[in-house]
Design a binder for this molecule. Sequence first.
Ligand SMILES: O=C(O)[C@@H](O)C(=O)COP(=O)(O)O
Ligand SMILES: [Zn+2]
Length: 226
Amino acid sequence: MSDESRLREEICRYGRSLFERGLTPGSSGNISLRLPDGGWLVTPTNASLGFLDPARISRLDDAGRLVSGDKPTKEIPLHSALYESRSEAKAIVHLHSTHAVAVSMLPEIDPRQVLPPLTPYYLMRTGGTALVPYYRPGDPAVADAIRGLAGKYSSVLLANHGPVVAGDSLEGAVFATEELEETAKLYLLLRNLNPRQLSPGQVADLVSHFGLTLPEPDDHAGHDHG
Ligand SMILES: O=C(O)[C@@H](O)C(=O)COP(=O)(O)O
Ligand SMILES: [Zn+2]
């Protein structure tokens, strides 16, 4: 099997797994992978991640033109801007996972740190998450909001919409998105119960032990637009 065939299968396998676990319902969500030649594989628009066909995955060239397969997701500007700002990223996952979407609507959310440091694994997998304001799905204007994060976040929550997470492999992007969803669930379970968070010293220990790069507390991620 060629590398590209293997990657097509991988998109379908992870898509099915995410769908079957209820992490993105209906035809919501999309996945992309960057190929060594600069082209991409992306999920087609209006396709359920649970029922993808490897042969119908959209293949784009390095200029973003459709080369084969079905019409691509309408979120190409979103994926493209995140790849642009995270040059090492190889894959991106966007989901409508319920708890993360719920958190994106809460009034107290800090756009530079959507979730507090509740668990080590959340920080290790996501490196922290930024919130960007609401944009209509497919609106190319979301790209400027992603660029406004200056490449500091690979994990982003779109307000009233869902997470979009980049990784250095599809597995990495999927694992980080799952961790964001689980931590959003914990946050909602513990909201108003004053849970103990990781202390600054415990976070610093994780940063040094695992070589994490976390955004500085004063890094700005814009909240309002329009
Ligand atoms: O929320 C939306 O409409 C999109 O962001 C989405 O999740 C699915 O769109 P397509 O990938 O174009 O099907
Ligand atoms: Zn969406």
